[in-house]
Each structure stands twice: as C-alpha cells, then as structure tokens.
Design a protein around this ligand. Structure first.
Ligand SMILES: NC(=O)c1ccc[n+]([C@@H]2O[C@H](COP(=O)([O-])OP(=O)(O)OC[C@H]3O[C@@H](n4cnc5c(N)ncnc54)[C@H](O)[C@@H]3O)[C@@H](O)[C@H]2O)c1
Ligand SMILES: N[C@H](C(=O)O)[C@H](O)COP(=O)(O)O
Length: 325
C-alpha cells in the first residue's frame, strides 16, 4: 500500500516540502499529488536535484533519494512562490478530491496534506473552511473531529473553523456526545489505548464559575459527561481551560477535548509547532496533516522545516496499517 501527499496551495511551502521529502529515501511509499512542473520548478528554485517519476505511467512508487512519484494534476495558471492567485483555487480542490477518491477506492492507505490557504479559495468564490470540513463533505460523514498531536499532548476540538460568535451555539448535547464518542473510539482503535482518559474543557472562563460566568457547563457539558460516564467512558471535566493544561493533569490524560479552535491549539502549538500533526478522526479514510500553514513568506527560500510533515507521514502510515513498509 502507499500513501498520498497533497501538495496544497501552490504559492505556499507545500511544493518545498514535497521537494525536501524527495531528498532522502522514504520508509513508506508516498505519491505526491501536484502539478509536476510546479514541483520541478520549486526544486530548481531551491537548487535541489530531483527526478520526477510519473505515477500515471509508472505506478510502482519510488522511495529512492533524489526522486519522487508524482500524480500530475494540472495547475490552472502557473504559480509563483509567495504570490496567491485565486485562479488556482480549483486546482487545490482537484488535488484533495483525487486524494480522497483514491483513499476511498483503496488505491491509497491514507492521505497526508500540505497546507492550503483557505482565504484564496474563498476569494475564488468557493465556500471552504478547511480540509476537515471538506473531507467530511466528500466522504459524506456527518461529524468528524479535528485533533492535533504534539508536545506530548493530543488535543481534540468540539468545534473547528467557526467564528467565535457562533461557538457557544454550536456546543450542543448532541454535538458533544458524538464528538466524544468519535474521540473515545479512535483513541482505542488507532492509538491502542484501552480506556482513554479524556479531559474536557469548559467553554467559559473558570468553566463558568458555578454558573456565574456562563451556564453551558451546567446546562450542557456536565449532563453529557455524566451520560457518557454511565456508558463507561473515563471523562474528567468540565475543567477550566486555563488550568487544565498543567503537567500534573496532563500526565494522567490520553487526550483533551477543547471547546474551540483557539482554546486548545495555541497551547499545543506552543509546545510543538513544526513537529505536530493534525489528524481528522471519524472519517472513513485516514487523513493527517502538517501543523502549520502555507508560510508564504518562506516559499522557495529553503528555510522551511519539514519535521511536521515527517510526523504526519509516520502517523498516517501507522493509522493506515503500513508499519512494515
Ligand atoms: N493544514 C492546513 O492546511 C493549514 C494549517 C494551518 C494554517 N493554514 C492556513 O495557512 C495560512 C497561513 O496561516 P498562518 O500565517 O496563521 O500560519 P503559518 O503556519 O503559515 O505561518 C506562521 C509562521 O510560522 C512560520 N512557518 C510556518 N510553517 C513553517 C515551516 N514548516 N518551517 C518554518 N517556518 C514555518 C511562517 O513563516 C510564519 O512566520 C492560512 O490561510 C491558514 O488557514 C492551513
Ligand atoms: N486548525 C488547523 C491546524 O491548526 O492545523 C488548520 O486550520 C488546518 O485545518 P484543516 O486541516 O481542516 O485544513
């Protein structure tokens, strides 16, 4: 089996990461999904030698240093490092579609994603909030869970790319129950933790301070945790988010559920930026990603770190059952 790697926003560092990956022999076979000329040109810009093996004509995937298998997906217009162009937004989505289809058909054991620039896809008039939501749509999965792994932590989110103003309304008993069930199940299935201990953050400062600073903890979160504990889940919370992330609490936890994006991710990224992995739980396919964005300022400069990509590939291979190569 093989993995695929989507090259992401063509003006960003995704192409750099693909070129960097090709410089050394790979443990796991991986096919880059991108425009071949983009990868070739970025290699030249980085002054790195690279032989591209066309996946369409040579489906046997190369793992050799200095070469990489590329499944050609054409850019709409030529791309320039660091310069966004909405004309290539559909190209970015074509790559993701190809990857998801390949995973669903069993052609790929999983997909690893380089970063996309959400704003330029939106600027092209295409609604898009993230890979997480896009992949839920294309695989027709009602609910998925974004989780980042890094710095010795696993941090999952009850809501993903939502304006802050909409977050409180999105925290419902139904959504929390489904999210916690997915998180619990995938901890068991993919991370081999028999009875995962999950710390659950409150929504409000000090987890609502007994209802004096918001009542979502009393009305929604606590009843959900009680219901799921009765089913056997090992849950602690709702905990104040500002004191949840301390070493003593984290030492006993297998995962944390934060209520929203910027409650959980800044903590994890402070601990592990550039080495963490974003994984989508609850999908019928395996999907992992780098923990950073498009870094337009660094595209084509040779100053990019590829540690997060390496970690994302290792986790995808593990989740896809490829440990033995
Ligand atoms: N998986 C994804 O597709 C993904 C993840 C996060 C952000 N994004 C998108 O990326 C865009 C830019 O986001 P941002 O500016 O918040 O974050 P960013 O990660 O692109 O950049 C933040 C800072 O980190 C640096 N940086 C990022 N990756 C690096 C690497 N591999 N090596 C060295 N330095 C690196 C950048 O130069 C910049 O200074 C946004 O559109 C955002 O939505 C996409
Ligand atoms: N919040 C995500 C992160 O920090 O990695 C990022 O926006 C990417 O999200 P998607 O994987 O849904 O594109």
């Amino acid at each position: 089996m093989t993995l695929c790697l989507t090259a992401g926003e063509p003006a960003g560092i995704g192409a750099d990461l693909c070129v960097m990956l090709a410089q050394t022999a790979r443990e796991f076979p991986i096919v880059v999904l991108a425009d071949q000329s983009l990868i070739r040109e970025r290699a030249a810009q980085l002054k790195l030698s690279l032989r591209i093996v066309d996946y369409a004509t040579t489906p046997e995937v190369t793992r050799l240093a200095g070469e990489i298998s590329v499944c050609h997906i054409p850019l709409t217009v030529p791309a320039q490092a660091g310069v966004l162009n909405p004309a290539n937004a559909q190209y970015v989505l074509d790559i993701l579609d190809r990857a998801a289809t390949g995973c669903m058909k069993g052609e790929f054991a999983g997909m690893v994603t380089a970063p996309v620039q959400k704003s330029v896809i939106n600027a092209a008039g295409i609604p898009f909030t993230g890979h997480t939501e896009f992949l839920a749509d294309v695989t027709q999965t009602e609910r998925v869970v974004m989780m980042l792994v890094g710095g010795g932590m696993r941090v999952a989110l009850a809501t993903t790319h939502l304006p802050l103003r909409q977050v409180a309304d999105a925290i419902t008993a139904e959504s929390l129950i489904t999210t916690l069930r997915i998180l619990h199940r995938d901890m068991v299935q993919h991370f081999h933790i028999a009875n995962p201990h999950i710390l659950v953050a409150g929504l409000n400062p000090h987890a609502g301070e007994d209802g004096h600073l918001g009542d979502e903890e009393i009305r929604i979160i606590t009843p959900v945790l009680n219901q799921l504990r009765a089913e056997g889940m090992n849950l602690t919370g709702p905990l104040p988010a500002d004191t949840l992330f301390n070493p003593v609490r984290l030492a006993s936890a297998d995962a944390v559920l934060a209520m929203y994006h910027d409650q959980g991710l800044p903590v994890l990224k402070y601990a592990s930026f550039g080495g963490g992995v974003n994984v989508t739980l609850g999908l019928p396919i395996v999907r992992t990603s780098v923990d950073h964005g498009t870094a337009l300022d660094l595209a084509g400069t040779g100053k990019v770190h590829a540690g997060s990509l390496a970690a994302a590939i290792t986790l995808a291979a593990h989740m896809g059952g490829m440990e033995n190569g």
